[in-house]
Write a protein that binds this ligand. Sequence first.
Ligand code: XMP
Length: 516
Amino acid sequence: MTDRLLIVDFGSQVTQLIARRVREAGVYCEIHPFQSVDPARLKEFAPRGIILSGGPASVTEGAAPAAHPAIFTAGVPVLGICYGEQTMAQQLGGTVESGHHREFGRAEVEVKASSALFDGVWAPGDRKQVWMSHGDRVTKLPAGFEVIAASPNAPFAAIADEKRRYYGLQFHPEVMHTPDGAKLLRNFALGIVGARGDWTMAAFRERALADIRRQVGRGKVICGLSGGVDSSVVAVLLHEAIGDQLQCVFVDHGLLRKDEAEQVVRLFRDHYNIPLIHADASEQFLKALAGVTDPEQKRKTIGALFIDVFDAEAKKIGGAEFLAQGTLYPDVIESVSFTGGPSVTIKSHHNVGGLPARMKMKLVEPLRELFKDEVRALGRELGLPPDLVNRHPFPGPGLAIRIPGDITREKLDLLREVDAVYLDEIRKSGLYDEIWQAFAVLLPVRTVGVMGDGRTYDQACALRAVTSTDGMTADYFPFDHAFLGRVANRIINEVRGINRVTYDITSKPPGTIEWE
Ligand code: XMP
């Protein structure tokens, strides 16, 4: 079995980043809420090392969350980060006090002693930048610990008990603002824990293939294909595992970008030879959407019809026991709930949300353990084309939520043209991979313009491009003016029906990425 690390979550906003850094070191790890980590979980998961995350609580308050004592008798290395350091220090006999100074942001630590945690990265006397975010701090160390780095506001910024292999960091090594943080986590996972670092996508692929074959046997599997990265990777992986026991269904709601439906069919049916049903339901969707203007109503209408069409196609195929889905790890991480709010906001708008319950099929979810970056890496490992692997996220309701007001075929066609010119320019400028999402919005506004000697009275559009790491927050992309001018010029000249182009400079929050 692959060596595993357990991350005990105390509700920090950045716990997922710890997991990503550890996995980047080639070590498999999972995040479990602190309440769920008891002797039974420890025995079952059999971690080779444990990381205690940060969190919003204060150990100086009465009902503060604690790490199960079994964590400290498991005989494996433990790394406490921020709140994790504080609870570890307190639980092992040290003292934590409410900070006289709240410290938030960049800070400098001075390395006080050499440590296995700093091996090859930091040496005594070094001054290094870290990211602090805490109100409390450790003021007395538990027996066996020594200070290995300090800052003016956090005299115990890093502590270690090298004998028991317990380490504590007041700062956050998992965030980018601690430039050496990833290396420290790597030292913990590989050097201190001694994990093998053999969690690679090539190894994952082999294991996933075996798992799929074991689960499915000779059964038939249906997979919904959307043209996005996740479902594409699921389809290709399953096809490699079980060949033509897989049947893909592509519900074409007619709300995709220009030429996208044809590309999906060409790639999967013609290139990969995957059995694929192209259910062209665009007429049905247009009919159902006629007169619907409220964004949530659009989503509901599309979601419900999507399930109907998919279900009908599945019935036609008949005899399928399994449904394959591209569920990812962030969708299945249990969240810590003691603060009222979840540590990870889970997107409520899944493309095929209601399918499993309605279809009463067993689920095959081979990507359940993976983060999005890992799915992309797996896609590359499987040989999927780079432009598909690196494709921007695209919402399930498609262009319907990029046309404020009611949806008609004419509007969809117009938007597809605008969008195609915009993306073409982005690709030509080499900016595609720097952007999280870029798209055009068709505005329900007509404006006056001049073209040649004539007056025009046509529609306006908005262009949107954002950078983001997870879609939860986003900044507008700072195109230069020459680029924006060129795109606007091309759109107005090439797309009949559009005579004004605007660029959306709203960040999220307060805006959202999509307009609806
Ligand atoms: P917002 O607009 O909420 O979008 O800032 C965040 C991310 O979610 C995508 N999105 C959706 N995806 N169904 C989806 O599958 C939806 O109804 C939906 N609404 C927004 C959006 O494209 C962005 O990536």
